[in-house]
Write a protein of this length. Sequence first.
Length: 277
Amino acid sequence: MIELSVRGIGLLGPGLADWTSGAAVLRAPAGWRRSATVVPAPSRLPANERRRAGTVVKAALAVADQAVAMADADPAQLATVFTSSTGDPANCHALCEALAAPDPAARLVSPTRFTNSVHNAAAGYWHIATHSMRASTSLAVYDASFGAGLLEAAVWCHVKGEEVLLVACDVPYPEPLHTLRPIADTMAVALVLAPLRAHGGHRGACTLRLQTLPEPAASTRCTDAALEVLRGEIPAARALPLLVGIAMAPRHAAAPALLHLDVAEGCTLAIEVACPP
């Protein structure tokens, strides 16, 4: 079993502007009004880089900044795990259009398009903006991308004994790819995780206890119907049951929440969410 402390959280999604307001929604979802995700301009990037960055980069940096600020951490000292089912869909669409063009001259791809086509583009923008030389991993595991990223970050914390920034982000594809891979809206989640043994639990912080199960189990669903719809529509929203557990942890300190999360086909992560006294 791996024990972690959650030091910082970032959240951005439909009707969810940040973790502070989002946590209130998760505790009392009846008042939630779903609306299109508003992605802020990344203040860490200079103007020319903001113009070049795609939505997935902007959303990822927005939640990363939220989580780092909440943790009062130095971003340059954090190893990172970035996970996404989609990468940059608009850039992928543009590259496919260029490659399918009948005119060979139209098939030329700009250096910016090429730079943003790699799956670790968001990680690259973050590490350059924060002057970080720490290790970084970028993952894609289809609908289980968040769970796989959480497991990767947890193992890094456990083995290396240091804090890790986890960022999950997904963005809709344009047509015709949207029909084949429908993703309802942009959503991003970030967690700053610390090894419990090295930091004494960070008094007042939420604690996670994680272990993989020997047999696969069904993923935990959201009890609220509207949040459950959102959970099923965006891969990054698979984080919602965990975020609900974190938001509710102070109220249920005597009875830690237990939930299951897919990390790969046939592999399930069991997570206990507790709030230290």
